[in-house]
Design a protein around this ligand. Sequence first.
Ligand SMILES: [Zn+2]
Length: 407
Amino acid sequence: MKHHLIILGLVLAGCTQLWAGGKKAVVIIVDGIPKDAIERLHVPAIFDIARTGSFGKSYVGGETGTYNETPTISAVGYNTMLTGTWANKHNVFGNSNLSPNYHYWSLFRIAKEQKQPLTTAIFSSWTDNRTVLLGEGKPETGNLKIDYVYDGYDLDSRRFPKKEKDMHVFDYDEEVSANAEKCIRENGPDFSWVYLWYTDDASHMYGDGAYFDEYILKAGEQIGRIWQAVQYRQKQFGEEWMILVTTDHGRTFDGHGHGRQSERERTTWIATNRKLNTYFKEGKAGMVDINPTLCDFLGMEVPTAVRWEQDGISLLGKTEICNLRLAAYDQDIILRWNAVKKSAPVSIFAAPANEYKTTGKENWIHLADVKAGQQEYRCNRNTIGKGPFYKFVVVSGHESLNRWFSK
Ligand SMILES: [Zn+2]
C-alpha cells in the first residue's frame, strides 16, 4: 500500500511538472500603431486573438511631468516592456547610443534565472533588441543566453538590399514572422518575443492614410501567422499559451511623429487570448504591467530585489492594491494607495537613497505592517534618512507598488 502511495505521489509530481512546463507565452510588439487605427480597421488577427480574451487601452510614457515621464519612442517602449520599469530606471531614452541599466532584469533574464530555466526565443527586425537591450552574452546580464535567435536581417544588406519606401524593412518583418511561425510550431519555446517594424516606417513617411492602413493590415497578417502556430501548439500538444500583442507608442494627430506626451502618442493597446482583470478593463494598464503579467502567467519567481523595483502589476487575477502616490506635509511624507482587497496585509518599506541603480541591491528599511484598507500611511522623513531623496515600496502578497520622492 505504502509503495502504491509513493508511486501515485511520483506520478502526480510528474503531472504537476508536465502541467507547469505546459505554460508558454509569446509577446509581439508591432511598431507605432495607434489604438484608434487598430479599432477603425478592426484588424482581423488582433480581434480573433481577443475573441475569447481581452482587447483594451494601455499607455506608455510614464506619468507626464513626474520623475518617471518616459519618451514615447520605440526602443524606450521595448525596454519598458522587457523590464517592467519606466525610463528613469532602465535608462533607455532614445533609439541610439543606448546604455541600458541591466540591474533592472529583462523578462529573458528572469526566465533564465529560474530553478528550471525556460527556453527563450527572439524574432526581431532590429538586432539591437538582442545585443543591446537584452544584452545577450554580457557579464552584466549574467551572460544571458537566448535559445532561438532569428534576427540580423537589418545588418545584412546583401540579402536585404535597400528598397524604395523602405520596403526592405517590410521584408525583414516577413522573414521574422515566417521564422516565428515555424519555430513556435516546431519547438514551442516557453517564452518568445517578436518585434515587427515596418508600420512605424510607413507612418513616418505618409502619416495617417490609405498607405499606413494597408500596412497595418499586412502586419495583422504577420501576427495571424504566429497566432496560427500558437493554436496549433495548443491543439497538438495540449499546451496553455498566452499570446499578447501590443505597440510601443501611439502617434501625433496626423500620424507622422511620436516621442512626446500627447494623448494619442501615449495611448496604446493590448490584445491577448487570456482574460485580463478589472484593472485592465478600467483602462489603467501601462506598458510596465506586461512584464509582471507574463511572469504571473508563466509562474516565474522574480527575486524580491528585482520585483520591488518593477513599476507594474499583473493584469491577471485579482488586484489587491494599486495607484500608490506620495504627498508631503512639513517633514512628513504621506503614502496613499487604493485598496481593492481591504483585508489584505500590507508591508511598507523605505530607502533613503537609490543604491539599486549602481549595485542591484537596496537597503530597505521596514516601516510598518498595516491592512490594505487603511489606504494611507504617514511617516516622518527624518526617521528614514537625511534625504533629499527617498523611495518607498508598499507590498501586498505578490504585488508591490513603488514611488520615488525628492524635494
Ligand atoms: Zn516605435
